[in-house]
Design a protein around this ligand. Structure first.
Ligand code: G3H
Ligand code: ZN
Length: 287
């Protein structure tokens, strides 16, 4: 059964580790993430962007697929199905479809409007027993059409949003979606520390988890990060493994053209990436 992310994140924050959010795109992605979480006895969050939701034929299809896998694959670790960078409308669609968690990304609104809309969603999610992530500041780069300027969050605005009763808070701290450029200045730990001081027990979320050096991830966890989002890195692993299969001509041998065979190396590559991240985040054995 899908669960809200609240309990797993509160445990992570108190236990000084982070739970990974891995974005899903299709059946192979979902299966790879769920099987790895189960094998490693780790809680996990499945992230679904609006674009990926459309690609998978809508949020209800996603809920059906994930619930089916939880049952048929005997997944017993805590799993939250979470809308990633959701618009106001998408939040309501996911609430209706049966997601267990949503992110309302109101970071592009003036703070007053972000507060207003987040406040309304806090109420709705509380009634449904769902977790809610809010965002302040912005994550640089682009993810599935969501473009951010990368400005660091104002800690006072973070407190305003945290005080509304959200479950978790994403704050821009110099993090970027996709690959980090050579001249990236790194995470602003000063900003993260100031946010943590003002928001106390609130689990903080680090977006743009692809390619952040291990020492920065560990430091971020010591400063209150309890959820880390990874998307691009699984896509890169999947693409490299699939390319290798084709370049080696394996699709031309026997029944190597069977899609279940073509997609198998990519699935294994996602599992390896998820395992590596769960080790780094410290969530193994914490289910
Ligand atoms: O919301 C999802 C993420 O922040 C993932 O970022 O693609 O850089 O790993 P990433
Ligand atoms: Zn993100």
């Amino acid at each position: 059964m899908l669960v809200s992310a609240k309990e797993m994140l509160e445990k992570a924050k108190a236990g000084h580790y982070a739970v990974g959010q891995f974005n899903i795109n299709n059946l192979e992605w979902t299966k790879a993430v769920l099987l790895t979480a189960q094998e490693l006895n780790s809680p996990v969050i499945l992230g679904v962007s609006e674009g990926a939701g459309k690609y998978m034929c809508g949020y209800k299809t996603v809920v059906g697929m994930v619930n089916g896998m939880l049952e048929e694959l005997n997944i017993t670790v805590p799993v939250a199905l979470h809308l990633d960078h959701g618009s106001y409308d998408a939040c309501y669609k996911c609430i209706d479809a049966g997601f267990s968690s949503i992110m309302f990304d109101g970071s592009h609104y003036p703070i007053e409007e972000n507060v207003e809309k987040t406040k309304e969603l806090v109420k709705v999610c509380a009634e449904k027993g769902m977790s809610l992530e809010a965002e302040v500041g912005s994550i640089g780069g682009e993810e599935d059409g969501v473009i951010g300027m990368g400005e660091c969050a104002d800690p006072k605005e973070c407190k305003m949003i945290a005080d509304l009763g959200v479950t978790m808070l994403a704050a821009g701290i110099g993090n970027i979606h996709g690959k980090y450029p050579e001249n990236w200045a790194g995470l602003s730990f000063e900003t993260l520390d100031a946010i943590q001081q003002l928001t106390g027990e609130m689990p903080l979320v680090l977006h743009g988890g692809t390619g952040i050096p291990a020492d920065m991830i560990k430091k971020a966890i010591t400063l209150g990060v309890a959820k880390i989002n990874v998307n691009t890195e699984c896509q890169l692993s999947f693409a490299a493994a699939t390319r290798k299969y084709i370049e080696e001509g394996k699709d031309l041998v026997g029944k190597g053209f069977d899609p279940r065979k073509i997609l198998a190396p990519g699935l294994e590559a996602i599992k390896a990436t998820v395992k590596e991240k769960m080790e780094l985040f410290g969530s193994i054995g914490k289910a």
